[in-house]
Ligand binder design. Structure first.
Ligand SMILES: [Fe+2]
Length: 235
């Protein structure tokens, strides 16, 4: 649901070879459907949706040669800035597989008020914001009810697998598991950037969530909710 695998699109895979290595690792981990979410922020904004789609067509053909059963979809990780609603309405920002769902990123030090504003503005644009890696923001961890507040507004929450697995410390781990315990997270994703430091590996995290929280919720947050997004269905 959240990867930087599309070749040369951002700070993830730098070329086709990098991207193919990432796809192979994902496939080994049991992944058969990947949402490509290149950054929409800073200098990457000059890569237009049209450019990304042409890039996707070439990449899809390469992947299909080696993995005919791997599905690839295109979206973006849209960084919230003051002009994002205008850019969304102008069609410059890709939603997830052209659905009503947008993967929305904030800065790690964004204040609660900015997060609420971003969520509210995306909803005003007719979209359902999915908060990208909610585990990464100080405001979510520090403000007990911020997650509840954005959920009540209609947003959804994505967590990064490495945070769920405790790779970013006890506080981040505790935050993730509080949400999982209460079934308030909707997606777990790799946010993969390469095969070494931020790899597309979800198998261990899936098994751990499955063991702690059961088959039904694990299937929902690793598979079925993502499928609903791809098909632009309500959840
Ligand atoms: Fe990301």
């Amino acid at each position: 649901m959240h990867t930087h695998i599309l070749p040369a699109a951002d700070d993830g895979a730098q070329n086709m070879a990098d991207a193919m290595r990432m796809v192979r690792l994902a496939w080994k981990n049991g992944t058969r459907t990947i949402m490509l979410t290149p950054h929409y922020r800073g200098a990457y904004k000059t890569n237009t949706p049209q450019w990304h789609r042409e890039n996707l067509d070439i990449f899809r053909r390469m992947v299909a040669d080696e993995f005919p059963d791997m599905e690839l979809y295109l979206g973006s990780e849209a960084h919230y800035e003051i002009d994002l609603p205008d850019r969304v309405m102008a069609g410059d920002v890709m939603t997830l597989n052209e659905s009503r769902y947008i993967l929305l990123e904030f800065s790690s030090i964004s204040l609660k008020s900015r997060i609420i504003a971003g969520v509210s503005e995306m909803i005003s644009c007719g979209l359902v914001p999915i908060i990208a890696h909610a585990d990464r923001y100080e405001a979510f961890r520090a403000t007990e009810n911020l997650a509840d507040e954005v959920l009540e507004m209609g947003a959804l929450i994505q967590l990064n697998a490495d945070s769920v697995m405790g790779k970013h410390g006890a506080q981040v781990h505790a935050f993730c598991h509080r949400l999982l315990q209460e079934e308030k997270a909707h997606f777990i994703a790799s946010d993969a950037h390469d095969v070494e430091h931020r790899p597309p590996q979800l198998r261990d995290c899936f098994l751990s969530v499955h063991k702690k929280y059961g088959q039904e919720y694990a299937a929902q947050i690793f598979c079925t909710n993502a499928r609903a997004v791809i098909e632009n269905r309500r959840m």
